[in-house]
Structure formats: structure tokens, C-alpha cells
Design a protein around this ligand. Structure first.
Ligand code: GLY
Length: 367
């Protein structure tokens, strides 16, 4: 008789486990039958994921597993010190500590894993895969997540780059005129750092609120292969200067990521609190199940965010959200789309041998 534990060990060794570690294309034990009609493979990601979609598509074109593909793709961005919204080089919390969130979902096995408030590990998405493969849990947080990662062989490293530390010091200095931290202008060290708006090249999300402009980055990447199998990953350093312990949407299954192998995959970037309150990515997938195109499903989920944004502090002069949220979605037939609350956002896509950025659909024209 096969026990649950035996099944987990076996499937980790033969299926996703082997695939993530070694690029095997073996089917998962116990996976539901997959559709065999030809689907044009598509990888879609947030605008900072051009390399990620290329890498993911390369992995599936070589017969690799879909989750292996998207995680290898986002690992590039997680390790990139110049992306200030994800992994190494991410902007820190209030205390100057980088805390990372990530979730993964593997369509064929219905597997999910996630980590939140993880410190010191450059690739939280890979740790999320290990939570899925090697535990009976879905979400590990904080010190427990870090101890688990160390037990799996990950090194603890300092994730705060000098550029991110400088940003944090400047934010701390500008927080108040009545404390003892001198602003960069007062010290004569106002440097050439561009305003955050200029860094938000892909419209991933800037919160323009009572305490100034704050970036909310993140990378989401979803893929469908030629068998119609799907996987997705979302990974982030979260909202800059957040209250220590704050968890955004990225590691919350159904919020920052959702995959149903019968329907499609969706993920988000931008203000996580708004996505959590509306079960965002799950909503997108359910709208696709009901027959909407990926783009229309993303727009409908964004309308719910607008309806749920009742706090005046989060509204602009027209009563509309003063933040951005983006959704990215692909369905089982290989149709894809992206949409944002505000115009100007872009997403990355790899399809038919070409990786490119496309304009996201939107609800409102940016003023
Ligand atoms: N969407 C990323 C975050 O809010 O943490």
C-alpha cells in the first residue's frame, strides 16, 4: 500500500522534484490526464520578465517541466541586484531589512508552495518549490521559512545592496523634519538617484500616498506548454519601507498567483493589499473559466479592486485608486493578456519563437 508520505517522496523524485532540479520531462505520478491537442506554448510575465519568459520557453522547448521553466526564469531576476523589487537588491522594510515573499503553483499535480517574510535567501521562489516538494504544508514564514531553506542547503546572504541601502537611508532621512536624521539636501549629498516614477519602467506599481512615492515591484511568470499544462510563480521583496512582518499578495495562493490546470494561470504585481482583499488571481482564473478572454478577465478583476478601494487615503482627486495593480494571464488554449488599472504598463511574452513586450490593457488613462 502506498502511504501519503511515500507518494510525496515518489512524486518529488520522479515528477516536479526531478524536473525542477534536473530538467526531467517525466510526467507526475498521480497527475490527472492532460490534454494532448496542440497548444502553442506561451510564457507571460510582468514587464521586468523579458529574460524570464525567454528562459522559461527554452526550458519547455527542451521538454522541461512547466514549473521548472518559470522558476528558472524568475531566478534570473531574483539574483539581479539591479532589479530593486525582487530578491537580491530588493528595497528593504522600515528597519532596512530585505524580506521576501514568493509562491509557486504546478498545474498538473495541483501542487502549491510559498514562503513569506523570508530573509537572507536570494531565490525565494526556489524555496517555495521545496516547500511544495518536501513538506505537507503550503506556506512557511519568517524564521521558520529561513530555517527550512538552510536545511535544504541554501546559503544565508546579505541581500541589501549598497544602492538599496542608500535609498533606504534617504527615505529614513526624509520621513520627518523633527528627528535627528539630516536629509540628503541638508547634508549636501542629494545624489543623482532618479525619482522612483522614472524607475517604474513597466508600470509595475507606484503607490502615491500620504507618505510619498513608494515602489511595489515583483515578478510574476506563467506558462502553458504544448500539452496545455500550466504553472506559475510570483516573487517579490514587497512594498518598500513596509512594516516588518508585512506580507503582500505574492505568497498568497489565490491572490498574487493562481493556477488551475483545467483553465489557466494568472498572477499580479502592484499593491498587494488590494489584490488580497479581492482574491485577485483566483478571480481572474474564475473569469476565464466562465468564458472570458485572459485580457477581459484581468480587467474584470481590476474593476473589483476599484470597487473595493473605499479609503480616501488611497484615492486620487477623482476618487480612483492612487496606486496601480497589474494582472497577467494565460489560458489552457495558449491565449494570453495583461491589464492594469492605469495606462502605460507593459508585460513580457514569449510566443512563436519571439520574446517581446506588449502594452497592457487598462481601465483608466493615466493623467
Ligand atoms: N505585489 C507585491 C506586494 O504588494 O508585495
Amino acid at each position: 500500500m502506498t502511504t501519503r508520505r511515500d507518494f510525496l517522496k515518489t512524486s518529488a523524485g520522479v515528477g516536479v522534484g526531478a524536473a525542477v532540479g534536473m530538467g526531467s520531462a517525466q510526467p507526475l505520478l498521480g497527475a490527472p490526464a492532460i490534454r494532448r491537442s496542440a497548444v502553442t506554448p506561451v510564457a507571460i510575465a510582468s514587464g521586468n520578465g523579458l529574460e524570464a519568459v525567454s528562459t522559461a520557453m527554452q526550458v519547455v522547448s527542451e521538454g522541461g517541466d512547466t514549473l521548472d521553466a518559470v522558476v528558472r526564469g524568475v531566478n534570473i531576476v531574483e539574483r539581479d541586484p539591479n532589479d530593486r523589487s525582487v530578491g537580491f537588491g530588493g528595497l528593504p522594510n522600515l528597519d532596512g531589512v530585505v524580506q521576501l515573499d514568493s509562491s509557486v503553483m504546478h498545474g498538473p499535480s495541483r501542487g502549491a508552495g510559498a514562503v513569506a517574510c523570508l530573509e537572507g535567501i536570494k531565490t525565494p521562489s526556489s524555496v517555495a518549490v521545496d516547500v511544495m516538494r518536501y513538506t505537507d504544508h503550503v506556506l512557511l514564514v519568517g524564521k521558520g521559512a529561513q530555517r527550512f531553506a538552510v536545511s535544504m542547503g541554501y546559503d544565508i546572504e546579505d541581500l541589501l545592496t549598497e544602492a538599496s541601502r542608500q535609498r533606504w537611508i534617504q527615505w529614513r532621512a526624509r520621513m520627518s523634519n523633527t528627528d535627528d536624521y539630516l536629509t540628503p539636501e541638508e547634508t549636501g549629498h542629494a545624489d543623482a538617484e532618479p525619482p522612483f516614477e522614472d524607475e517604474d519602467t513597466y508600470g509595475l506599481g507606484i503607490l502615491d500616498s500620504h507618505d510619498g512615492v513608494r515602489p511595489q515591484g515583483t515578478i510574476n511568470c506563467n506558462i502553458v506548454n504544448s500539452d496545455g499544462d500550466l504553472s506559475g510563480v510570483t516573487t517579490t521583496s514587497g512594498l518598500s519601507w513596509k512594516v516588518p512582518g508585512r506580507v503582500g499578495d505574492s505568497p498568497i495562493v489565490g491572490a498574487g498567483l493562481y493556477v488551475d490546470n483545467d483553465v489557466g494561470a494568472a498572477g499580479s504585481t502592484g499593491r498587494g493589499e488590494a489584490v488580497i482583499k479581492t482574491c485577485g488571481s483566483h478571480t481572474v482564473v474564475e473569469m476565464m473559466r466562465a468564458g472570458m478572454s485572459p485580457t477581459d478577465a484581468c480587467l474584470e478583476a481590476l474593476r473589483r479592486i476599484v470597487a473595493f478601494t473605499a479609503e480616501p487615503r488611497l484615492q486620487n482627486a477623482d476618487g480612483l485608486p492612487s496606486f496601480n495593480v497589474n494582472y497577467y494571464a494565460v489560458n489552457k488554449n495558449g491565449e494570453y493578456g495583461g491589464a492594469a488599472i492605469w495606462s502605460g504598463a507593459r508585460f513580457a511574452v514569449s510566443v512563436d519563437g519571439e520574446a517581446r513586450r506588449e502594452q497592457s490593457a487598462y481601465l483608466y488613462q493615466r493623467p
